[in-house]
Design a protein around this ligand. Sequence first.
Ligand code: NAD
Length: 500
Amino acid sequence: TSPSATRAASAAAGQSVPLLRCFVDGAWVETGRRFDNVNPVDGRVVSRVCEADRQTVDAAIQAARRASRGIWARQGAVERAAALRRIADGIEGRFDDFVAAEVGDTGRPVHQARSLDVARGIANFRSFADLIATAGSEMFEGTAADGAKVLNYVTRKPLGVVGVISPWNLPLLLLTWKVAPALAMGNCVVAKPSEETPSSATLLAEVIEAAGLPPGVFNLVHGFGPDSAGQFLSTSPHIDAITFTGESRTGSTIMKAAAEGVKEVSFELGGKNAAVVFADADFDAAVAGVLRSSFTNSGQVCLCSERVYVERPIFERFVAALAAGCEKLRLDYPDAPGVDMGPLVSHTHRDKVLSYYALAREEGATVVCGGGVPSFGDERDQGAYVQPTIFTGLPDSARCMREEIFGPVCHVSPFDSEEEAVARVNDSAYGLAGCVWTTNLSRAHRVAAQFETGIVWVNTWFTRDLRTPFGGAKLSGLGREGGRYSLDFYSEISNICIKI
Ligand code: NAD
Protein backbone atom coordinates (compact mmCIF):
# COMPACT_ATOMS: atom_id res chain seq x y z
CA THR A 1 0.00 0.00 0.00
CA SER A 2 1.12 3.55 -0.70
CA PRO A 3 1.76 5.92 2.20
CA SER A 4 -1.36 7.88 1.30
CA ALA A 5 -3.51 4.72 1.29
CA THR A 6 -2.18 3.75 4.73
CA ARG A 7 -3.00 7.20 6.04
CA ALA A 8 -6.46 7.22 4.59
CA ALA A 9 -7.13 3.85 6.23
CA SER A 10 -6.01 5.01 9.68
CA ALA A 11 -8.02 8.23 9.36
CA ALA A 12 -11.09 6.20 8.40
CA ALA A 13 -10.57 4.00 11.46
CA GLY A 14 -11.24 7.19 13.45
CA GLN A 15 -8.38 6.61 15.88
CA SER A 16 -8.48 9.05 18.78
CA VAL A 17 -5.35 11.12 19.18
CA PRO A 18 -3.04 10.88 22.21
CA LEU A 19 -2.97 13.54 24.93
CA LEU A 20 0.50 14.92 25.65
CA ARG A 21 0.93 15.93 29.30
CA CYS A 22 3.45 17.98 31.21
CA PHE A 23 6.03 16.22 33.41
CA VAL A 24 6.48 17.92 36.79
CA ASP A 25 8.30 16.60 39.85
CA GLY A 26 8.38 13.10 38.45
CA ALA A 27 4.62 12.99 37.71
CA TRP A 28 2.54 13.40 34.55
CA VAL A 29 0.29 16.44 34.86
CA GLU A 30 -2.88 17.28 32.94
CA THR A 31 -3.87 20.90 32.64
CA GLY A 32 -7.21 22.42 31.70
CA ARG A 33 -6.17 24.16 28.49
CA ARG A 34 -5.40 22.00 25.47
CA PHE A 35 -4.13 22.78 22.00
CA ASP A 36 -3.95 20.73 18.81
CA ASN A 37 -0.69 19.43 17.38
CA VAL A 38 -1.16 19.41 13.62
CA ASN A 39 0.73 17.36 11.05
CA PRO A 40 1.86 19.67 8.23
CA VAL A 41 1.75 16.93 5.57
CA ASP A 42 -2.03 16.76 5.43
CA GLY A 43 -3.33 18.99 8.22
CA ARG A 44 -4.56 16.15 10.47
CA VAL A 45 -4.39 16.52 14.28
CA VAL A 46 -1.77 14.10 15.62
CA SER A 47 -2.16 14.87 19.32
CA ARG A 48 -3.77 17.17 21.86
CA VAL A 49 -1.36 18.94 24.16
CA CYS A 50 -1.81 20.15 27.76
CA GLU A 51 -0.77 23.80 27.96
CA ALA A 52 1.03 24.61 31.21
CA ASP A 53 -0.52 27.51 33.12
CA ARG A 54 1.48 29.71 35.46
CA GLN A 55 0.88 27.42 38.47
CA THR A 56 2.19 24.40 36.56
CA VAL A 57 5.31 26.25 35.43
CA ASP A 58 5.89 27.51 38.99
CA ALA A 59 5.41 23.99 40.36
CA ALA A 60 8.00 22.71 37.87
CA ILE A 61 10.47 25.41 38.91
CA GLN A 62 9.91 24.66 42.62
CA ALA A 63 10.37 20.94 41.99
CA ALA A 64 13.60 21.66 40.13
CA ARG A 65 14.77 23.86 43.02
CA ARG A 66 14.10 21.11 45.56
CA ALA A 67 15.86 18.56 43.37
CA SER A 68 18.82 20.92 42.93
CA ARG A 69 19.48 20.57 46.67
CA GLY A 70 19.40 16.78 46.49
CA ILE A 71 21.55 13.90 45.35
CA TRP A 72 21.63 14.84 41.65
CA ALA A 73 23.74 17.94 42.17
CA ARG A 74 25.92 16.38 44.85
CA GLN A 75 26.87 13.12 43.19
CA GLY A 76 30.04 12.74 41.18
CA ALA A 77 30.50 13.18 37.46
CA VAL A 78 30.88 9.43 36.96
CA GLU A 79 27.39 8.76 38.35
CA ARG A 80 25.86 11.56 36.29
CA ALA A 81 27.65 10.32 33.17
CA ALA A 82 26.12 6.89 33.77
CA ALA A 83 22.66 8.47 34.02
CA LEU A 84 23.20 10.37 30.77
CA ARG A 85 24.21 7.11 29.09
CA ARG A 86 21.02 5.46 30.36
CA ILE A 87 19.06 8.30 28.74
CA ALA A 88 20.95 7.82 25.46
CA ASP A 89 20.27 4.09 25.61
CA GLY A 90 16.62 4.82 26.36
CA ILE A 91 16.28 7.00 23.25
CA GLU A 92 18.05 4.33 21.21
CA GLY A 93 15.72 1.67 22.63
CA ARG A 94 12.71 3.67 21.40
CA PHE A 95 14.37 4.88 18.20
CA ASP A 96 11.36 4.29 15.98
CA ASP A 97 9.00 6.05 18.42
CA PHE A 98 11.25 9.11 18.36
CA VAL A 99 11.43 9.03 14.56
CA ALA A 100 7.64 8.82 14.36
CA ALA A 101 7.31 11.72 16.82
CA GLU A 102 9.60 13.99 14.80
CA VAL A 103 8.00 13.02 11.51
CA GLY A 104 4.46 13.37 12.87
CA ASP A 105 5.10 16.88 14.17
CA THR A 106 7.14 18.25 11.26
CA GLY A 107 6.54 16.10 8.15
CA ARG A 108 10.31 15.80 7.58
CA PRO A 109 11.65 12.83 5.61
CA VAL A 110 11.93 9.69 7.74
CA HIS A 111 15.52 9.16 6.57
CA GLN A 112 16.44 12.59 7.93
CA ALA A 113 14.77 11.98 11.28
CA ARG A 114 16.72 8.71 11.54
CA SER A 115 20.14 9.91 10.41
CA LEU A 116 20.11 13.44 11.82
CA ASP A 117 17.48 14.25 14.45
CA VAL A 118 17.26 11.12 16.57
CA ALA A 119 20.87 10.07 15.96
CA ARG A 120 22.06 13.46 17.23
CA GLY A 121 19.68 13.33 20.19
CA ILE A 122 21.47 10.16 21.31
CA ALA A 123 24.91 11.55 20.49
CA ASN A 124 24.26 14.69 22.53
CA PHE A 125 23.79 12.64 25.71
CA ARG A 126 26.71 10.29 24.98
CA SER A 127 29.16 13.06 24.11
CA PHE A 128 28.45 15.06 27.27
CA ALA A 129 28.64 11.86 29.31
CA ASP A 130 32.09 11.22 27.83
CA LEU A 131 33.13 14.80 28.40
CA ILE A 132 32.26 15.01 32.10
CA ALA A 133 33.66 11.57 32.78
CA THR A 134 37.06 12.69 31.52
CA ALA A 135 37.15 16.46 32.14
CA GLY A 136 39.68 17.84 34.60
CA SER A 137 40.11 21.32 35.95
CA GLU A 138 42.69 24.08 35.82
CA MET A 139 45.33 24.82 38.42
CA PHE A 140 47.61 27.87 38.57
CA GLU A 141 50.73 27.92 40.72
CA GLY A 142 52.04 31.25 41.97
CA THR A 143 53.88 33.08 44.70
CA ALA A 144 52.46 35.41 47.38
CA ALA A 145 54.08 38.73 48.36
CA ASP A 146 55.97 37.05 51.23
CA GLY A 147 57.38 34.43 48.89
CA ALA A 148 55.04 31.63 50.01
CA LYS A 149 53.72 29.26 47.41
CA VAL A 150 50.13 29.78 46.27
CA LEU A 151 47.83 27.37 44.50
CA ASN A 152 44.74 28.46 42.59
CA TYR A 153 42.37 25.83 41.35
CA VAL A 154 39.11 26.08 39.50
CA THR A 155 35.92 24.30 40.54
CA ARG A 156 32.61 24.01 38.78
CA LYS A 157 29.33 23.87 40.68
CA PRO A 158 25.85 23.53 39.17
CA LEU A 159 24.02 26.78 38.46
CA GLY A 160 20.85 25.36 40.02
CA VAL A 161 17.65 25.57 37.95
CA VAL A 162 18.08 26.03 34.22
CA GLY A 163 15.19 27.03 31.94
CA VAL A 164 15.53 25.50 28.46
CA ILE A 165 13.39 27.01 25.68
CA SER A 166 13.72 25.41 22.27
CA PRO A 167 12.33 25.86 18.73
CA TRP A 168 10.55 23.58 16.28
CA ASN A 169 13.03 23.28 13.44
CA LEU A 170 15.22 20.45 14.85
CA PRO A 171 13.13 19.63 17.92
CA LEU A 172 14.95 16.75 19.62
CA LEU A 173 18.42 17.70 18.42
CA LEU A 174 18.21 21.26 19.77
CA LEU A 175 16.44 20.34 23.01
CA THR A 176 18.96 17.63 23.91
CA TRP A 177 21.86 19.89 22.88
CA LYS A 178 20.96 21.94 25.96
CA VAL A 179 19.33 19.43 28.31
CA ALA A 180 22.30 17.01 28.13
CA PRO A 181 25.03 19.46 29.25
CA ALA A 182 22.70 21.13 31.77
CA LEU A 183 22.09 17.75 33.46
CA ALA A 184 25.73 16.74 32.99
CA MET A 185 26.84 19.66 35.15
CA GLY A 186 24.38 18.76 37.91
CA ASN A 187 21.65 21.26 37.17
CA CYS A 188 17.92 20.64 37.30
CA VAL A 189 15.94 21.57 34.23
CA VAL A 190 12.56 22.98 33.29
CA ALA A 191 12.23 22.53 29.53
CA LYS A 192 9.71 24.24 27.26
CA PRO A 193 9.72 22.82 23.72
CA SER A 194 8.05 24.61 20.84
CA GLU A 195 4.28 24.40 20.70
CA GLU A 196 4.71 23.14 17.12
CA THR A 197 6.77 20.12 18.17
CA PRO A 198 5.79 18.75 21.59
CA SER A 199 6.04 15.01 20.80
CA SER A 200 9.74 14.12 20.94
CA ALA A 201 10.14 16.23 24.11
CA THR A 202 7.35 14.22 25.74
CA LEU A 203 9.08 10.98 24.77
CA LEU A 204 12.32 12.35 26.19
CA ALA A 205 10.57 12.94 29.53
CA GLU A 206 9.35 9.32 29.44
CA VAL A 207 12.88 8.11 28.77
CA ILE A 208 14.31 10.26 31.58
CA GLU A 209 11.65 8.93 33.95
CA ALA A 210 12.54 5.36 32.97
CA ALA A 211 16.25 6.13 33.41
CA GLY A 212 15.53 6.71 37.10
CA LEU A 213 16.59 10.32 37.55
CA PRO A 214 15.29 11.74 40.85
CA PRO A 215 11.91 13.54 40.62
CA GLY A 216 12.24 17.23 39.73
CA VAL A 217 15.63 16.90 38.01
CA PHE A 218 13.93 17.13 34.60
CA ASN A 219 10.56 18.82 34.15
CA LEU A 220 8.67 19.43 30.94
CA VAL A 221 6.10 22.17 30.42
CA HIS A 222 4.20 22.54 27.16
CA GLY A 223 2.81 25.73 25.73
CA PHE A 224 3.37 28.86 23.71
CA GLY A 225 5.62 31.89 24.21
CA PRO A 226 3.85 35.14 25.16
CA ASP A 227 1.28 34.82 28.00
CA SER A 228 2.03 31.12 28.18
CA ALA A 229 4.62 28.65 29.44
CA GLY A 230 7.56 30.31 27.63
CA GLN A 231 6.95 33.67 29.23
CA PHE A 232 6.07 32.21 32.67
CA LEU A 233 9.36 30.29 32.64
CA SER A 234 11.63 33.02 31.30
CA THR A 235 10.25 35.76 33.58
CA SER A 236 10.35 33.66 36.76
CA PRO A 237 12.66 35.11 39.42
CA HIS A 238 13.23 31.56 40.68
CA ILE A 239 15.37 30.20 37.85
CA ASP A 240 19.13 30.67 37.68
CA ALA A 241 19.79 30.62 33.94
CA ILE A 242 18.02 30.52 30.62
CA THR A 243 19.28 28.82 27.54
CA PHE A 244 17.28 29.61 24.44
CA THR A 245 17.29 28.74 20.76
CA GLY A 246 14.92 30.60 18.46
CA GLU A 247 14.32 33.91 16.77
CA SER A 248 16.50 36.91 17.54
CA ARG A 249 13.45 38.98 18.48
CA THR A 250 12.37 36.38 21.06
CA GLY A 251 15.94 36.28 22.38
CA SER A 252 15.81 40.02 22.92
CA THR A 253 12.50 39.72 24.86
CA ILE A 254 13.93 36.94 27.03
CA MET A 255 17.11 38.92 27.64
CA LYS A 256 15.10 41.84 28.99
CA ALA A 257 13.34 39.48 31.42
CA ALA A 258 16.66 37.90 32.43
CA ALA A 259 18.24 41.32 33.02
CA GLU A 260 15.94 41.90 36.01
CA GLY A 261 17.62 39.12 38.00
CA VAL A 262 21.02 39.31 36.21
CA LYS A 263 20.56 35.70 35.10
CA GLU A 264 22.96 33.77 32.95
CA VAL A 265 21.76 33.56 29.35
CA SER A 266 22.91 31.59 26.34
CA PHE A 267 21.25 32.38 23.04
CA GLU A 268 21.37 30.61 19.69
CA LEU A 269 19.34 32.87 17.40
CA GLY A 270 18.51 33.57 13.77
CA GLY A 271 20.78 33.80 10.74
CA LYS A 272 21.05 35.13 7.21
CA ASN A 273 23.91 32.92 6.25
CA ALA A 274 26.03 33.26 3.14
CA ALA A 275 27.84 30.76 0.95
CA VAL A 276 30.67 32.03 -1.25
CA VAL A 277 31.66 29.99 -4.30
CA PHE A 278 34.95 30.88 -5.97
CA ALA A 279 35.63 30.07 -9.61
CA ASP A 280 38.39 27.69 -8.50
CA ALA A 281 35.97 25.56 -6.45
CA ASP A 282 35.27 21.91 -7.22
CA PHE A 283 32.19 22.83 -9.25
CA ASP A 284 30.09 19.72 -8.70
CA ALA A 285 30.89 19.56 -4.99
CA ALA A 286 29.96 23.24 -4.61
CA VAL A 287 26.64 22.79 -6.42
CA ALA A 288 25.78 19.74 -4.32
CA GLY A 289 26.91 21.53 -1.17
CA VAL A 290 24.83 24.66 -1.81
CA LEU A 291 21.81 22.51 -2.68
CA ARG A 292 22.16 20.86 0.72
CA SER A 293 22.88 24.07 2.59
CA SER A 294 19.88 25.85 1.08
CA PHE A 295 17.21 23.15 1.04
CA THR A 296 17.91 20.65 3.85
CA ASN A 297 14.90 20.34 6.18
CA SER A 298 13.00 22.59 3.74
CA GLY A 299 15.47 25.37 4.54
CA GLN A 300 14.44 25.31 8.20
CA VAL A 301 17.91 25.01 9.70
CA CYS A 302 19.37 28.11 11.35
CA LEU A 303 22.61 27.32 9.45
CA CYS A 304 21.03 27.25 5.97
CA SER A 305 22.47 29.50 3.25
CA GLU A 306 19.95 32.05 2.04
CA ARG A 307 22.56 34.26 0.33
CA VAL A 308 24.83 32.64 -2.24
CA TYR A 309 27.66 34.64 -3.82
CA VAL A 310 29.27 33.10 -6.92
CA GLU A 311 32.38 34.43 -8.70
CA ARG A 312 31.32 35.93 -12.02
CA PRO A 313 33.15 33.60 -14.48
CA ILE A 314 31.10 30.61 -13.27
CA PHE A 315 27.92 32.48 -12.25
CA GLU A 316 25.62 31.52 -15.16
CA ARG A 317 26.78 27.91 -15.18
CA PHE A 318 26.41 27.64 -11.42
CA VAL A 319 22.88 29.06 -11.37
CA ALA A 320 21.85 26.67 -14.15
CA ALA A 321 23.31 23.65 -12.32
CA LEU A 322 21.79 24.69 -8.99
CA ALA A 323 18.38 25.18 -10.64
CA ALA A 324 18.64 21.76 -12.30
CA GLY A 325 19.36 20.20 -8.90
CA CYS A 326 16.57 22.18 -7.25
CA GLU A 327 14.02 21.07 -9.82
CA LYS A 328 14.94 17.44 -9.17
CA LEU A 329 14.26 17.71 -5.42
CA ARG A 330 11.38 15.42 -4.64
CA LEU A 331 8.62 16.80 -2.40
CA ASP A 332 6.68 13.89 -1.01
CA TYR A 333 5.34 12.00 1.98
CA PRO A 334 7.96 11.58 4.72
CA ASP A 335 8.11 7.82 4.14
CA ALA A 336 8.05 7.88 0.32
CA PRO A 337 11.12 6.30 -1.28
CA GLY A 338 13.49 8.96 -2.61
CA VAL A 339 11.82 11.86 -0.79
CA ASP A 340 14.06 14.92 -0.44
CA MET A 341 11.79 17.49 1.14
CA GLY A 342 8.73 17.54 3.34
CA PRO A 343 6.44 20.49 4.02
CA LEU A 344 7.19 23.52 6.16
CA VAL A 345 6.32 23.11 9.83
CA SER A 346 2.94 24.86 9.69
CA HIS A 347 0.59 26.92 7.57
CA THR A 348 1.49 29.99 9.60
CA HIS A 349 5.12 29.52 8.72
CA ARG A 350 4.24 28.84 5.09
CA ASP A 351 2.34 32.16 4.98
CA LYS A 352 5.49 33.88 6.20
CA VAL A 353 7.72 32.18 3.62
CA LEU A 354 5.22 32.87 0.80
CA SER A 355 5.05 36.53 1.85
CA TYR A 356 8.82 36.69 1.21
CA TYR A 357 8.40 34.95 -2.16
CA ALA A 358 5.92 37.73 -3.06
CA LEU A 359 8.17 40.43 -1.61
CA ALA A 360 11.14 39.18 -3.63
CA ARG A 361 9.12 39.64 -6.82
CA GLU A 362 8.07 43.12 -5.73
CA GLU A 363 11.69 43.95 -5.00
CA GLY A 364 12.57 42.96 -8.57
CA ALA A 365 13.91 39.41 -8.22
CA THR A 366 14.08 36.98 -11.12
CA VAL A 367 12.49 33.64 -10.17
CA VAL A 368 14.92 31.02 -11.49
CA CYS A 369 12.84 28.11 -10.21
CA GLY A 370 10.02 27.43 -7.78
CA GLY A 371 8.38 30.44 -6.19
CA GLY A 372 5.01 28.93 -5.33
CA VAL A 373 3.06 26.07 -3.81
CA PRO A 374 3.12 22.58 -5.36
CA SER A 375 -0.10 20.86 -6.29
CA PHE A 376 -0.41 17.14 -5.54
CA GLY A 377 -4.08 16.45 -6.18
CA ASP A 378 -4.43 14.59 -2.86
CA GLU A 379 -4.60 15.37 0.87
CA ARG A 380 -1.12 16.88 0.76
CA ASP A 381 -2.76 19.95 -0.74
CA GLN A 382 -4.06 20.52 2.84
CA GLY A 383 -0.42 20.44 4.01
CA ALA A 384 2.17 23.19 4.27
CA TYR A 385 4.39 22.40 1.27
CA VAL A 386 6.21 25.12 -0.69
CA GLN A 387 8.40 24.82 -3.73
CA PRO A 388 12.14 25.11 -3.26
CA THR A 389 13.03 28.42 -4.82
CA ILE A 390 16.01 30.22 -6.32
CA PHE A 391 16.06 33.96 -6.94
CA THR A 392 18.60 36.17 -8.68
CA GLY A 393 18.77 39.89 -9.43
CA LEU A 394 18.20 41.46 -6.00
CA PRO A 395 20.47 44.17 -4.58
CA ASP A 396 22.05 43.43 -1.19
CA SER A 397 19.83 46.17 0.25
CA ALA A 398 16.60 44.26 -0.52
CA ARG A 399 14.64 43.07 2.50
CA CYS A 400 14.79 39.51 1.13
CA MET A 401 18.58 39.77 1.33
CA ARG A 402 18.62 41.12 4.88
CA GLU A 403 15.83 39.31 6.74
CA GLU A 404 15.76 35.63 7.67
CA ILE A 405 13.11 33.79 5.59
CA PHE A 406 13.70 30.30 7.04
CA GLY A 407 12.35 28.42 4.04
CA PRO A 408 13.72 26.42 1.08
CA VAL A 409 15.01 29.48 -0.70
CA CYS A 410 18.24 31.13 -1.70
CA HIS A 411 19.29 34.12 -3.74
CA VAL A 412 22.37 33.87 -5.97
CA SER A 413 24.46 36.97 -6.78
CA PRO A 414 27.66 37.33 -8.83
CA PHE A 415 30.83 38.89 -7.35
CA ASP A 416 34.16 39.98 -8.84
CA SER A 417 36.77 39.91 -6.08
CA GLU A 418 37.59 38.22 -2.80
CA GLU A 419 37.40 41.55 -0.95
CA GLU A 420 33.99 42.28 -2.42
CA ALA A 421 32.69 38.84 -1.42
CA VAL A 422 33.91 39.19 2.17
CA ALA A 423 32.44 42.69 2.50
CA ARG A 424 29.05 41.56 1.18
CA VAL A 425 28.95 38.49 3.45
CA ASN A 426 29.69 40.68 6.46
CA ASP A 427 27.13 43.33 5.47
CA SER A 428 24.48 41.66 7.61
CA ALA A 429 22.90 42.18 11.01
CA TYR A 430 23.31 38.44 11.58
CA GLY A 431 26.49 36.40 12.05
CA LEU A 432 25.75 32.73 12.60
CA ALA A 433 27.46 30.63 9.90
CA GLY A 434 29.12 30.93 6.51
CA CYS A 435 30.45 28.62 3.81
CA VAL A 436 33.43 29.01 1.49
CA TRP A 437 33.86 26.84 -1.59
CA THR A 438 37.41 26.98 -3.03
CA THR A 439 40.37 24.71 -3.81
CA ASN A 440 42.86 27.48 -3.01
CA LEU A 441 44.19 26.67 0.46
CA SER A 442 45.49 30.14 1.29
CA ARG A 443 42.27 31.77 0.14
CA ALA A 444 40.24 29.32 2.24
CA HIS A 445 42.07 30.33 5.43
CA ARG A 446 42.17 34.03 4.52
CA VAL A 447 38.47 34.32 3.71
CA ALA A 448 37.26 32.11 6.58
CA ALA A 449 39.18 34.22 9.07
CA GLN A 450 37.44 37.38 7.86
CA PHE A 451 33.85 36.16 8.19
CA GLU A 452 32.02 37.87 11.06
CA THR A 453 30.27 34.61 12.01
CA GLY A 454 30.53 32.11 14.85
CA ILE A 455 30.97 29.19 12.44
CA VAL A 456 32.66 28.90 9.04
CA TRP A 457 32.64 25.79 6.88
CA VAL A 458 35.10 25.36 4.01
CA ASN A 459 34.09 22.90 1.26
CA THR A 460 31.41 21.42 3.48
CA TRP A 461 28.28 22.39 5.43
CA PHE A 462 26.73 21.29 8.75
CA THR A 463 29.65 18.99 9.52
CA ARG A 464 29.58 19.02 13.29
CA ASP A 465 32.05 17.97 15.96
CA LEU A 466 30.23 18.28 19.28
CA ARG A 467 33.40 19.41 21.07
CA THR A 468 33.64 22.62 19.05
CA PRO A 469 32.18 26.02 20.00
CA PHE A 470 28.78 26.62 18.45
CA GLY A 471 26.97 29.95 18.38
CA GLY A 472 26.58 33.21 16.56
CA ALA A 473 27.89 36.76 16.38
CA LYS A 474 25.79 39.95 16.13
CA LEU A 475 22.01 39.26 16.15
CA SER A 476 22.69 35.51 15.86
CA GLY A 477 23.38 34.90 19.49
CA LEU A 478 25.20 35.31 22.73
CA GLY A 479 27.77 32.91 24.13
CA ARG A 480 28.93 29.59 22.79
CA GLU A 481 27.88 26.04 23.58
CA GLY A 482 29.52 22.76 22.65
CA GLY A 483 32.17 20.69 24.43
CA ARG A 484 33.84 22.54 27.28
CA TYR A 485 32.06 25.76 26.26
CA SER A 486 28.84 24.09 27.39
CA LEU A 487 30.47 22.96 30.62
CA ASP A 488 31.44 26.58 31.26
CA PHE A 489 27.94 27.94 30.61
CA TYR A 490 26.10 25.32 32.65
CA SER A 491 28.23 25.75 35.76
CA GLU A 492 29.13 28.33 38.32
CA ILE A 493 32.90 28.57 38.19
CA SER A 494 34.79 29.31 41.41
CA ASN A 495 38.47 29.92 41.86
CA ILE A 496 39.93 28.70 45.14
CA CYS A 497 43.23 30.28 46.16
CA ILE A 498 45.34 28.60 48.86
CA LYS A 499 48.46 30.00 50.44
CA ILE A 500 50.65 27.07 51.45
P1 NAD B 1 10.66 31.36 18.23
O1 NAD B 1 11.58 32.39 18.80
O2 NAD B 1 9.36 31.79 17.70
O3 NAD B 1 10.30 30.27 19.35
C1 NAD B 1 11.31 29.53 20.01
C2 NAD B 1 10.79 29.10 21.38
O4 NAD B 1 10.58 30.26 22.18
C3 NAD B 1 9.46 28.36 21.33
O5 NAD B 1 9.48 27.35 22.30
C4 NAD B 1 8.46 29.45 21.68
O6 NAD B 1 7.27 28.97 22.24
C5 NAD B 1 9.25 30.26 22.68
N1 NAD B 1 8.85 31.67 22.82
C6 NAD B 1 8.32 32.49 21.88
N2 NAD B 1 8.10 33.71 22.39
C7 NAD B 1 8.50 33.67 23.68
C8 NAD B 1 8.53 34.64 24.74
N3 NAD B 1 8.10 35.88 24.57
N4 NAD B 1 9.03 34.25 25.93
C9 NAD B 1 9.48 33.00 26.13
N5 NAD B 1 9.47 32.05 25.18
C10 NAD B 1 8.99 32.38 23.96
O7 NAD B 1 11.51 30.56 17.17
P2 NAD B 1 11.02 29.38 16.20
O8 NAD B 1 10.18 29.99 15.14
O9 NAD B 1 10.48 28.28 17.03
O10 NAD B 1 12.40 28.88 15.60
C11 NAD B 1 12.97 29.37 14.44
C12 NAD B 1 14.06 30.37 14.76
O11 NAD B 1 15.07 29.75 15.55
C13 NAD B 1 14.77 30.90 13.54
O12 NAD B 1 15.01 32.28 13.69
C14 NAD B 1 16.10 30.14 13.54
O13 NAD B 1 17.16 30.75 12.86
C15 NAD B 1 16.37 30.05 15.00
N6 NAD B 1 17.29 28.97 15.30
C16 NAD B 1 18.57 29.25 15.69
C17 NAD B 1 19.47 28.22 15.94
C18 NAD B 1 20.90 28.50 16.37
O14 NAD B 1 21.55 27.56 16.80
N7 NAD B 1 21.40 29.71 16.25
C19 NAD B 1 19.06 26.91 15.79
C20 NAD B 1 17.75 26.66 15.37
C21 NAD B 1 16.88 27.69 15.15
